[in-house]
Design a protein around this ligand. Sequence first.
Ligand code: ADP
Ligand code: MG
Length: 341
Amino acid sequence: MDHPQDRAETSACATTHDATDGNAANGKVQTGQNAISAHNLQKHYRGEHGQPPKHALKGIDLEIPRGSIFGLLGPNGAGKSTFINILAGLVIKSSGQVSIWGFDIDRNPRQARASIGVVPQELNIDPFFTPAEILELQAGMYGVPKAQRRTADILAAMGLSDKADAYTRTLSGGMRRRLLVAKAMVHAPPILVLDEPTAGVDVELRQQLWDYVRDLHRQGTTIVLTTHYLEEAEELCDQIAIINHGEVAACEPTPQLLSRIDEKILLVRPDSPIEGLAAELSEFQAELKPDGQIAIAYRPSETSVEEILARLRAHAIAIRDLTTVESDLEDIFLQLTRERA
Ligand code: ADP
Ligand code: MG
C-alpha cells in the first residue's frame, strides 16, 4: 500500500482533495456519496492484435457526485474509453479501486454492473434483430421481469417508435446511437454513461439526444459523458474532468474550470489584404494566416479585445470581420499543468 501523500501527488482532481483533505487514498472517502469513484486506477494494455503495449491509465483518481452531469474531456487517445470500458466491465483494470454507486467492482461486480448503463463509442448493433427485440433481450439479460419492461416507452422517448420492428441494419447512424442509449436504459440504472455520444450524429439529432439526456438527468439519473469537444462539455456538464495521456489534469465545476482557461484567440479579417504584420503587434502573439486572417492569441484576464482593436486601428488595419475562438484542448491541458507545476 502506498502512502496517501504519494497518491495526492498523482491526483489532480481538486474535488478529491477538497472533500477529503488529501486523504483520498486511505479509505476515508465516502464512496456511498458518489455515483462513481476511482482511486489510483491503472491500465496497462499488453498490446495484442498488433497493438503496441500501452500504459493507458496512470493512476486515475476521480469522484463523480451523484446527480451530476459529469464530463470527461480529453483528446483522442487520452484514455477516456479505457476508463468507461472498465466501468462497463469490458476492460479489466490492472490495479486500483473503482466503485459504482457504492459497489466495489471487484467485490460486488453484479450490483456494480446493475447500477450503470453504458453507451459505447462504437456503434455495434446486431443487424438481425429489431430495436424492440434488442431491448427485450437486454432486459432479459439484466433480469428485468416482463411486467416491468418498458420497451415501447423507451423507444418512444428515443424517437424510435416507428422503427420498433425494423431491422437495425436499416437504421441511420443517429438512430443506432439512440438505440444504444435505449439499450443502456432498459434496467433503469441510476447512472448513464455515454462515450463520445455525438460522433456520427447530425446537429438536429444531437439536440434531441441532449434533450433526452437532460430529461433523464432531471428525473434523477447521474450522467457521465466523454467528449473531445470543450464546447459540448461546457454546454452540458456541471463538472468537468480533463484527462490527457492517462492522467487527470483538472477536475472542477464547469464555471471554475472555464474561468481558469485564460487564453483565447481573436481572428481578424482585414478589409484589404495586408503584406505582413507590423512589429508592434508582436506583443500579442499575432500571426498572419495563409487565408489572410490575423490570429491574435491573448489572455482575457490581461488584455481586452478593445485594446487589441485599438492597436489594429493604430496600424490602419481596417477590420471586415472578427471572431474569437477558444484555444484547443492540448493548449488548455498544457496551461493547466503549467499552473500546477
Ligand atoms: P480515448 O477514448 O480517450 O480516445 P482510449 O482509452 O481509447 O482513449 O485509448 C487510450 C490509449 O490506449 C490509446 O493510446 C490507445 O491507442 C491505447 N489502447 C486502447 N485500447 C488498446 C488495446 N486494446 N491494446 C493496446 N492499446 C490500446
Ligand atoms: Mg474513446
